[in-house]
Design a protein around this ligand. Structure first.
Ligand code: HEM
Length: 245
């Protein structure tokens, strides 16, 4: 008698989606902290830039390292978007059914799911633009170079939208991961769901506040530096030949 094989691909795709989402969300937390070092001063952000260029390991800057990291993140980003696409409503009819369902049931987590789809769709475009620019301009990261990009190269409107999309998407995604895989469930699933939702809101507010303060700092520097856009930042003591900001 022939045994019927169970199709494991939906489970595999779900696992890929969860794992890539977790990597990206944790990456984003690190990214926000590194980028926000500008709030501690230009010298601190410059040193973080040198660190990622390998300067403290090789005594010389290799922006190619940043290109490779950005390229790897880009691949994970595309993979995540690719497997997530199967969850999108695929026709106007499906979209109307979903909208109707949300309005009728007023179920909070279904609404969150809708926001995750919406922000995910926006990030197809916003995230790709940023990642491609960083990947191909890794020599131009630093207190002045980044601030010039934000102001003189008009990245600030994109960053406002990307910041909103990524912070909402990331924290909703982590919340849904916790529910799906039962992380932090404890003894009472109902109570832990309420706590997880509170944690989600706190994380969103924290990273949005940090993000907008950071953006404001780059905009301030970019405006002050507008007349000298393109000029690089240096710390007298650490500058060696070949190290740029
Ligand atoms: C290795 C990959 C990445 C690198 C090296 C990187 C680097 C940077 C840098 C240096 C900035 C400061 C502004 C600038 O120089 O243009 C920045 C800002 C930003 N990045 Fe990334 N990024 C990466 C991936 C991502 C991803 C995957 C996302 C989200 C999809 C993202 C979202 C943002 C946002 C929202 C800002 C503005 C933050 C703010 O001003 O508060 N980045 N990134």
């Amino acid at each position: 008698m022939r045994t019927k094989q169970i199709d494991k691909s939906p489970a595999r795709l779900d696992f890929i989606q969860s794992a890539s989402g977790l990597i990206l969300a944790l990456f984003m937390w690190g990214h926000m902290f590194f980028v926000s070092t500008i709030l501690l001063g230009k010298d601190v952000m410059y040193q973080v830039t040198l660190f990622f260029e390998g300067y403290y390991f090789f005594a010389e800057s290799y922006p190619l390292i940043v290109t490779i990291i950005a390229g790897t993140v880009f691949v994970i980003f595309i993979l995540h978007a690719g497997v997530a696409m199967r969850k999108f409503p695929s026709s106007y009819k499906q979209y109307k059914i979903l909208k109707n369902h949300i309005e009728t049931f007023k179920h909070a987590d279904t609404k969150l799911w809708f926001w995750q789809i919406f922000t995910g769709f926006a990030m197809f475009f916003l995230g790709s633009v940023h990642l491609y620019i960083i990947m191909t301009n890794s020599t131009e990261i630093g207190p002045y170079a980044s601030a010039d990009r934000v102001v003189s190269e008009w990245m600030w409107p994109l960053y406002i939208l990307l910041l909103l999309a990524v912070e909402l998407h990331g924290s909703i995604g982590l919340y849904r991961l916790c529910l799906k895989w039962g992380w932090f469930e404890g003894k009472d699933a109902k109570t832990s769901r309420v706590k997880l939702r509170q944690a989600k809101y706190a994380i969103t507010i924290f990273f949005l506040t940090l993000g907008f303060l950071t953006l404001a700092a780059y905009i301030k520097i970019g405006l002050e530096h507008q007349d000298r856009a393109g000029e690089r930042y240096h710390i007298e003591k650490t500058v060696v030949q070949g190290v740029k900001s």
